[in-house]
Design a protein around this ligand. Structure first.
Ligand SMILES: [Zn+2]
Length: 68
């Protein structure tokens, strides 16, 4: 099972990228957003979110990071 918190962060990110893609008039921005959406698709599915600061990343990185 995946953690609902991770899914929420992933879904929020995709929603914002798609909305920006939908509303931009700039072909340059659109190309950047296409690249960002491709990167989103390539993101590992096992990201963890730090319960303290909300930082999202690979589990081993979250375990070792310093909260800001
Ligand atoms: Zn943290």
């Amino acid at each position: 099972m995946t953690d609902d918190t991770e899914l929420t962060a992933r879904e929020r990110l995709r929603i914002h990228l798609r909305e920006a893609h939908r509303t931009t008039d700039s072909p340059i921005v659109e190309a950047q957003l296409n690249a960002a959406l491709d990167a989103w698709n390539d993101m590992p599915t096992l990201l963890r979110e730090c319960p303290v600061c909300g930082k999202v990343g690979l589990p081993e990185r979250i375990r070792e990071h310093k909260c800001e």
